[in-house]
Design a protein. Sequence first.
Length: 136
Amino acid sequence: MTIKNFTYPIRVYYEDTDAGGVVYYANYLKFFERARTEMLRALGFEQDAIRANDGVIFAVRSVQVDYLRPALFNNLLQTSSDVIEIKKASLTFSQQISCDGKLLCTGVIRIACLDAYTLRPKAIPDYLLESLTHEY
């Protein structure tokens, strides 16, 4: 199974907001992370199993975020994830957060695949690469 333009709903909780009820800017990165994790899960991959079986972990290498409109307490957000670049040891995602059809935040996040023990770059496991490249 492969997924393109994966969408994951996220409810804004009180803990996600500042005193004015607006989502704190750093929490958008958490929302992006959850959506990427759920995308892998929907493909049938669990990150703890990948670490245990293949000795690899994924870490954020770079982030570019544009904040367009605020998300507010109790909003139901839609977080979308698309893989836009696949390299031997990295994936680049384009992600968006919207609410009621209005775009709130966009991001481009590059994820590095690392050896779980040395923390050095390591090739993405073939089975995962194959699943991701099948659609893209």
